[in-house]
Design a binder for this molecule. Structure first.
Ligand code: BGP
Length: 476
């Protein structure tokens, strides 16, 4: 099988403001939802200093440059720019992101900028979060400020990171604020409202005639029936509809297809509740679907579905104690373990073929997609640090297997423009803290010193050659 990536394929690294910046109270930054959440009594960890990217960004970009990393996903902290969420702009926030973006460009590491990566201003979170449609216009006003300030230099924009995680983790699984569980109606409504906000911001960007491109980052979870019975296949379709299809339809079809809506309605009927939309939403969707430049696809894992009639129950494995997860949703299905598929310590099935299937699915079901970037993929791992050396061979294996399937999809005609490993350096994990590491660069959080892991050397060589290589091919 061909090992070469197409000309110009970007080997990048991903980050997100809240997970790397630290400095949550510096230079006039206002509070976001996660600040309040992570500072409650009994919280297991918080975001200060995280990877201290607010102060260390030059070091990280130098490393990125030295390791042939050609692109970086960063996100903007809304409350660094608008401490109140709206109103007066904080010049220190604008200055920081100007310096950061300029440094990226200077080091030859192209910035891929996400406007919202989970860190909603606290005030809006307390006022209904994305269930409150007022937030849509607030977000668009914030987006406008960012487009005006940075749009001359940023060539890749994403409106949102993973709307599904906001809905699922906050309202079904309960491991993101507001920690609600099994609120299916709210989760679906939030997905819709986020798609409206995405469409409006994208349409605004397109009206501004800026030189860059804009898309959205979705997490696409693979869904498989655990065995091929009609009931299990239906559970798979229901889970796919709420997790993936509903929002992909909004982004690319500009409406919800009949099949998608009948699956969503079935879920709503079984759980009680209804979806509220406005006619204008679909005009915004259609306009945005005709203009979206790319899809950022985050892929980590696939779920194996079994039909399930019982009440919803979820147990989150947030400590890395293998085999402790439970995820069953009434009216959808149970995500069960597949003995043939290995898992990470956090019970995420390692199923690289699922990434390939999602790539093919986009190309087939949404042929107007233009281009896909793998905007996150990587392996959470408890890295061993031995005298400054980190042998993370399991991570190399994980990433290799996924790159292999990306090459397969590319060979079959899917347009994939780059791969942004999650994460560039070790970062704070939202619900798992600091022992779940993903970085190419190990962060000693006490000293903020960075150490390249074995995977960093491997990644550097792949980017240099533009081809997939095995770890054995490294010089030493
Ligand atoms: C994605 C998020 C990232 C990152 C990653 C790993 O959902 O976009 O911000 O956190 O998942 O997840 P976790 O840290 O929970 O292992």
């Amino acid at each position: 099988m061909a090992q070469k990536f197409p000309e110009g394929f970007i080997f990048g690294g991903a980050t997100a403001a809240y997970q790397v910046e630290g400095a949550t109270r510096e230079d006039g930054r206002g509070p976001c939802v996660w600040d309040e959440y992570m500072n409650r009594p009994g919280a297991r960890f918080n975001a200060d200093p995280a990877s201290d990217f607010y102060h260390q960004y030059k070091q990280d970009l130098q490393l990125a440059h030295d390791f042939n990393i050609k692109g970086i996903r960063i996100s903007l902290s809304w409350t660094r720019i608008l401490p109140e969420g709206e109103g007066k702009v904080n010049q220190a926030g604008i200055d920081y992101y100007n310096k950061l973006i300029d440094e990226c460009i200077d080091k030859g590491v192209e910035p891929f900028v996400t406007l919202h990566h989970f860190d909603t201003p606290l005030k809006y979170f307390q006022n209904g979060h994305w269930l409150n449609r007022d937030l849509i216009d607030k977000f668009v006003a914030y987006a406008k400020i960012c487009f005006e300030a940075f749009g001359d230099r940023v060539m890749k924009w994403a409106t949102f990171n993973e709307p599904w995680s906001i809905a699922q983790n906050g309202y079904l699984a309960g491991n993101f604020p507001p920690n609600e569980t099994f609120q299916i109606e709210k989760a679906i409504q939030i997905e819709h409202n986020l798609m409206v906000a995405h469409a409006k911001a994208l349409n605004l960007y397109k009206s501004m005639n800026l030189p860059g491109r804009i898309g959205i980052v979705h997490t696409l979870e693979g869904k498989e029936a655990i065995t091929d019975t009609p009931e299990n296949k239906h559970a798979r379709d229901l889970d796919d509809a709420i997790s993936n299809r509903f929002m992909l339809d909004a982004c690319y079809l500009g409406k919800y297809s009949e099949t998608t809506m009948s699956l969503i309605q079935e879920i709503l009927q079984k759980n009680g509740g209804r979806l509220i939309t406005q006619p204008q939403d679909f005009e915004d969707f259609a306009k945005a679907a005709a203009q979206i430049d790319f899809l950022g696809m985050n892929y980590y894992s696939s779920h194996f579905l079994q039909a399930y009639d019982g009440e919803s129950q979820v147990v989150n494995n947030s400590t890395g104690e293998k085999g402790t997860s439970v995820f069953c949703l009434k009216g959808i299905g149970a995500r069960v373990s597949n003995p043939d598929v290995p898992t990470t310590d956090w019970d995420w099935p390692i199923y690289p073929e699922g990434m390939y299937k999602q790539l093919r699915r986009i190309a087939q079901d949404y042929p107007n997609y233009k281009e896909i970037f793998i905007s996150e993929n990587g392996m959470g791992y408890k890295d061993d640090f031995e005298d400054g050396k980190i042998d993370d061979t399991p991570r190399i294996d994980y990433v290799s297997q996924h790159l292999q399937f990306i090459l397969k999809a590319i060979a079959e005609g899917v347009n994939v423009g780059g791969y942004y490993i999650w994460s560039l350096m070790d970062v704070l994990s939202w619900s798992n803290g600091y022992n779940k590491r993903y970085g190419l660069f190990y962060v000693d959080y006490a000293t903020q010193k960075r150490y390249p892991k074995k995977s960093a050397y491997w990644y550097k060589e792949m980017s240099r050659r533009g081809e997939l290589i095995s770890a054995d091919e490294l010089a030493d």
